[in-house]
Design a protein around this ligand. Structure first.
Ligand code: PAF
Length: 277
């Protein structure tokens, strides 16, 4: 496994590769969810490249950029075991040198949900993902469905800008009891980890209601809001039941719906979602 810290070196190595390249962009502090993406990238391609870069431009003021968990040594050990070919770990100065002033922004679907709650977040994500794609030139890039809106924003960017890369969505990986894997789970105490199961419980209840024939969004929303509010450590940021493609809020479940939510458990903001119908 080759670890590369400079953009120039990554570009040079990429030029030598006359084969299919699978790419997994990450912010490190890897967990089973990331490893699932890595395994898919390895399975589908000749060469697997993973990037580790905690991207400052996708964090808003007062968010957790400074405290975002980092453990490069552990990450590299995990990637080595997976048989990854290249790990690209650029420095912030290389990615955003003095005078950097070019941004890639997708409008519309970024104005809702995470985009509404975290202004500027998706502009940071689309800009860095674009830069990473330009450096790594992957044939396929792998993204988890846990970040459902991010996945849609990137798919839209790739379609709108006629980019060559194929975006590969990968199902959310969960703990045995349903907690979606996230680097931010690391912030949770034992008690909070237990409380965080309420997101899974709420999403499962919504799906069960739908399976039993409930199509009234208001009734599903009341039920799952109640479930989350019963958990003393949980505070709802948003609950959305929206058209799975456009992310427009629904009143009636007459098409495929993305149920997504952001909930604070103590000081930790967790997101989760499920597509139904
Ligand atoms: O999902 C993430 O970890 C990040 O948003 C990404 C795609 C690596 C861009 O920094």
């Amino acid at each position: 496994m080759q670890v590369i810290n400079s953009i120039e070196e990554m570009k040079q190595e990429r030029k030598k590769l006359a084969c299919t390249v699978g790419f997994v962009p990450t912010m490190g502090y890897l967990h089973r969810g990331h490893l699932t993406l890595v395994r898919r990238a390895k399975r589908d391609n000749d060469v697997a490249v993973v990037s580790i870069f905690v991207n400052p431009t996708q964090f808003g003021p007062g968010e957790d950029f400074a405290t975002y968990p980092r453990d490069t040594e552990r990450d590299l050990e995990m990637l080595e075991k997976e048989g990854v070919d290249f790990v690209f770990m650029p420095t912030p100065d290389d990615m955003y040198p003095d005078g950097y002033n070019t941004w890639v922004e997708t409008f519309g679907i970024t104005s809702k949900l995470e985009g509404e709650k975290r202004p500027g977040h998706f502009k940071g994500v689309t800009t860095i993902v674009n830069k990473l794609f330009n450096i790594v030139l992957p044939h396929k890039a792998y993204f988890g469905q846990k970040d459902a809106q991010q996945l849609r924003v990137i798919q839209k960017m790739v379609a709108d800008l006629d980019m060559h890369v194929k975006i590969m969505p990968v199902a959310t990986v969960r703990s045995r009891r349903g907690l979606a894997m996230s680097s931010r789970n690391n912030y949770l105490s034992k008690e909070e980890r237990e409380a965080a199961l309420v997101l899974y419980k709420a999403l499962s209840t919504a799906e069960e209601m739908y399976m039993r024939g409930e199509q009234d969004v208001a009734r599903i929303r009341v039920k799952i809001t109640g479930i989350i509010n019963q958990e003393p450590l949980a505070k709802i940021d948003y609950i959305s039941i929206a058209d799975a493609d456009t992310l427009e809020e629904l009143t009636y479940m007459d098409r495929s719906a993305l149920i997504s939510m952001a909930v604070r458990i103590g000081n930790t903001r967790l997101i989760d979602n499920r597509t139904i119908g």
